[in-house]
Design a protein around this ligand. Structure first.
Ligand code: ATP
Ligand code: MG
Length: 440
């Protein structure tokens, strides 16, 4: 992508409405634009990052055996009347009427709809387990949308729903998601801690919020420091190995971790003082086993091996991609801008032409751009007629992992400078060496 032909509206001034660093940097780098309170457009640079996040989420859901579909944003109120949540949900639900005066709503979540799909088609325990997910916009009329897409009214959620014959099977489905979540957040460059969350009337130990530590987080969290060193389950984890998954769950829930709602002062104080972690955090995911709460009233039943009908045991599993993008920035930035982990960076490298119009600079930039693009890399080429200082500031602000700086003095020796955005390390190497290094 040539920057002169791209759409990346960088702001020079710090937007005053932004209270936290991620919101400020997302606005300044032209990633998002607020359209009305808590409702955002994702501009091209932001959309690239969001797509990368979604793809990692999707790959890990698929790896665990979950199956993707796509349900609509608008739902009929009837389904929610069946489950009893139409009245119960309150003002966070945006209620709409269509031209026939039928009550509709913009879905805040999809338990009812997915249960309806399930009951229509699945009749036998032989078709279980089943886990269906989608990545779709949600709307919740939050009382206090803030911090940009961190807490918005319209937001993207990956929501998965598992169906099993028994509670025991449902716990195994829960463990699959638990492991998939550990892997997902790790691939996004984040260390997320699973913390016990409220299960309400269902009870048990099967609701966890995945929390990222950040000073600007809205949740108060308490945990053991050991989490920082736990190993992430590998890519070849066997998701058919029931005992193996259980062992991972047991390990990751063996030490104390809770948000303020579930905090147990005595249990926390039992941890040696130097190993206690009391901090603020951002909830990026939530997994929940809720038994037959929806399947019972909505008649989602299957025939069991005993020949009888059984309401299925369900769980739901959410991740917020549009919250994850700012959460990653909160965890990875410096005073000059964003530092993207490679896995979600909008571009792999940026070529900075320090003197656009200079024949040697232009030609080296074109060579680099063509070779890296051919190698399948996402490259942004800053070919604008701007001062070098402006270009350096832009490159640092948008946080692309590698910068290739092409200036008249070094190109006279056939050399360019490669700067690592994260470490600040600079190397002066030939154009060919730069291509070899970055194309790999
Ligand atoms: P919170 O406690 O932050 O309000 P929640 O508990 O209501 O969130 P869930 O229903 O568990 O959220 O939703 C699953 C995931 O969706 C959350 O973990 C979060 O990543 C994301 N999410 C929820 N609400 C929002 C929002 N208003 N803006 C952006 N992402 C959200
Ligand atoms: Mg939650």
């Amino acid at each position: 992508m040539r920057l002169s032909r791209y759409f990346m509206p960088i702001l020079k001034e710090n937007p005053k409405e932004a209270e936290i660093v991620s919101h400020r940097l997302m606005l300044r780098s032209g990633m998002i634009r607020q359209q009305s309170q808590g409702i955002y457009s994702w501009l091209p640079l932001g959309k690239r990052v969001l797509d990368k996040v979604n793809n990692i989420v999707r790959e890990e859901q698929n790896r665990s055996g979950a199956i993707e579909l796509l349900m609509p944003t608008l739902q009929s109120a009837e389904l929610w009347q069946e489950s009893g949540r139409y009245e119960a949900y309150g003002k966070e639900m945006l209620r709409i009427k269509d031209r026939q005066d039928r009550p509709m709503l913009y879905g805040p979540t999809n338990e009812e709809m997915v249960t309806d799909i399930f009951r229509t088609y699945v009749k036998s325990y032989k078709d279980l387990p089943l886990n269906l997910y989608h990545i779709q916009l949600k709307f919740r009329d939050e009382i206090r949308p803030r911090f940009g897409t961190m807490r918005s009214r319209e937001f993207l959620m990956k929501d998965a729903y598992s169906f099993d014959l028994t509670k025991e099977d449902a716990i195994n489905s829960y463990n699959k998601m638990f492991v998939a979540y550990l892997r997902t957040f790790d691939r996004l460059g984040l260390r997320a801690i699973p913390m016990r969350a409220d299960t309400g009337p269902i009870g048990g130990n099967h609701s966890h919020e995945f929390i990222i530590l950040a000073d600007t987080g809205e949740s108060e969290v308490f945990s053991h420091k050991d989490f920082v060193n736990f190993d992430i389950p590998s890519a070849d984890t066997d998701f058919d190995d029931v005992a193996g998954l259980q062992a991972i769950f047991d390990k990751w829930t063996s030490v104390y971790a809770a948000t303020s709602e579930m905090h147990d002062e005595a249990a926390f104080n039992a941890i040696p003082e130097g190993e206690r972690l009391s901090a603020r955090g951002i909830e990026v995911g939530h997994i929940f086993y809720f038994g037959t709460k929806y399947s019972e009233p909505m008649g989602a039943k299957v025939q069991g091996p005993d020949g009888k009908e059984h309401a299925v045991h369900m769980g739901s599993y959410g991740i917020g991609p549009t919250r994850l993008v700012p959460a990653i920035i909160e965890a990875s930035h410096d005073e000059n801008g964003i530092i993207w982990p490679e896995s979600v960076a909008p571009f792999d490298a940026i070529i900075i032409n320090m003197k656009a119009g200079d024949e040697a600079c232009d030609s080296a930039c074109e060579t680099l751009y063509a070779a890296l693009t051919k190698a399948g890399k996402d490259v942004l080429y800053d070919d604008r007629d701007e001062r070098a200082g402006t270009k350096f500031a832009t490159a640092d602000l948008i946080g692309v992992p590698k910068q290739i700086i092409v200036g008249p003095r070094s190109i006279a020796n056939g050399e360019v400078e490669v700067k690592d955005r994260k470490t600040g390390e600079r190397q002066t190497i030939t154009v060919d060496a730069a291509i070899n290094q970055l194309a790999g």
